[in-house]
Design a protein around this ligand. Sequence first.
Ligand SMILES: C[S@@+](CC[C@H](N)C(=O)[O-])C[C@H]1O[C@@H](n2cnc3c(N)ncnc32)[C@H](O)[C@@H]1O
Length: 239
Amino acid sequence: MSSDLHAASFGSAAAAYERGRPPYPAEAVAWAVPSQARRVLDLGAGTGKLTRALLAAGFHVDAVEPSPEMRDQLAVSAGQASIFEGTGENVPLPDASVDAVVCAQAWHWVDPARAVPEMARVLRPGGTLALIWNIRDHTEPWVAALDDVLHRHTRQEIDTAPPIGGPFSEPEHTEFRWRHTLNRTELLDMVTSRSYVILLSETDRQALLDGVLALADSHGLGDEFDLPYVTRCTRARLR
Ligand SMILES: C[S@@+](CC[C@H](N)C(=O)[O-])C[C@H]1O[C@@H](n2cnc3c(N)ncnc32)[C@H](O)[C@@H]1O
């Protein structure tokens, strides 16, 4: 299955994405974006999970997102942001127009050979590029078991501390541990919003969801429970 097809698949699951995917902790946003920044590009903004955190921190946000369905959700959930159709390879903003770029859970969909120069183009000198991923913390046994069920069909390996290169400084890395409280319906939404699950046949998807519910029962998860996450962050400055 092509990477482009996976990248384009999110739109059909935009509502499940909004319900089931975790937000980002405020400490991660504070680490990723210098407090003196005013204008921030949220690249691959999706349904606005990071956009809302950036707005709450007081930044003016330019949210760029290729999927029309995701942009529809974004307009509802983060209406104060300026919303644009675009990609990491082609950002519809002028040169040197933003103080910071943040890309949450989306840098693995871009072509870095084209996106790194594009980030350097839209950033002001001295501006920062930050990359963020929420990763389920599988040091907790039921989460490791969940990951085994989810990866029965495919395992997407993501480098959460990628090189940036180009005109950027050597990247710095950090991580934040936290817990996302959700219910069983939201857990199933988290599963169905994953790109490879969206592209499964109806039979395989239902078998996967049955497996997740069986796991929730066997690990005694109640109606509401905590899913532990590690938020991994990378940042580099435009020289
Ligand atoms: C996993 S979602 C993350 C959305 C949002 N940033 C969040 O954290 O909830 C990945 C997003 O990347 C978008 N995307 C796919 N290819 C992209 C590209 N080349 N440039 C920018 N965004 C892209 C998808 O449409 C999708 O909205």
